[in-house]
Design a protein around this ligand. Structure first.
Ligand code: CA
Length: 235
């Protein structure tokens, strides 16, 4: 039962599309292409791909607007933003508007293929909520996690998390009350060797996670901040 997954590439640089298509097809993916934001959005809606690789700087409509528009329409398709290395604000903005992940150009094809696989697996494994909720492990309060289906529940209701949000939550929850610095989280959850200013993406992800799992995100009870030290999962 190996159903072929479809990746929509939205990128205006022909040579990048060519190399992405070649490598994705070699890995067994079906690919679709769009060379501007408007047709990217149209194809995302009409073709219902399993994942979208989305460039930021695009003709007609930029990648952020494409992503925002998809999320506003209720689409949960995994979106990986392709951004230039220098554009730090792009990464943060991308996560804020609901992208699942980002990858910086020039990217390693091996890393890109790995991210594509991880982000598709997350949605493919989502089991029917009732079944998954019943076998989810209680973590703290009314929060429970099903590590088989990668689903998180609050009061028995499924919460839609991105792959990174899920990984950050499960990492912190599996080391309760232990404080991790942003750099350490970047290394252990994001698996990035190079850190630099990227630590801001940890703050953004924590904030988005709190908005989803906390009853009152301004006064969190699960993921807490230890000022000057980092974040921890409180039990
Ligand atoms: Ca571009």
């Amino acid at each position: 039962m190996n159903t072929q997954k479809t990746v929509l590439i939205v990128e205006d640089e022909k040579n990048i599309v060519d190399i992405l298509r070649f490598n994705l097809q070699r890995e067994g993916y079906r690919t679709l292409e769009a060379y501007d934001g408007e047709s990217g959005l149209a194809q995302a809606v009409s073709a219902n791909p399993d994942l979208i690789l989305l460039d930021v700087m695009l003709p007609k409509m930029n990648g952020f607007d494409v992503c925002r528009s998809l999320r506003n329409q209720g689409s949960n398709v995994p979106v990986i933003i392709l951004t230039a290395r220098e554009e730090e604000s792009d990464k943060v903005l991308g996560l804020e508007i609901g992208a699942d992940d980002y990858i910086t150009k020039p990217f390693s094809m091996r890393e890109l293929i790995a991210r594509v696989g991880a982000n598709i697996r997350r949605t493919a494994m989502a089991a029917p909520a009732a079944t998954a909720a019943a076998s989810a492990m209680p973590v703290a309060g009314d929060l429970s996690i099903n590590t088989d289906s990668h689903q998180v529940f609050r009061g028995g209701k499924a919460i839609d998390l991105t792959q990174r949000e899920y990984e950050l939550l499960t990492f912190l929850a599996s080391h309760p009350n232990k404080v991790y610095s942003r750099i350490s989280l970047m290394e252990q959850v994001w698996n990035y060797g190079y850190v630099g200013d990227d630590v801001r993406t940890v703050d953004v992800t924590v904030r988005r996670l709190r908005e989803k799992i906390e009853a009152d995100p301004a006064n969190p009870v699960y993921i807490l901040t230890r000022r000057g030290a980092g974040y921890y999962f409180a039990v």
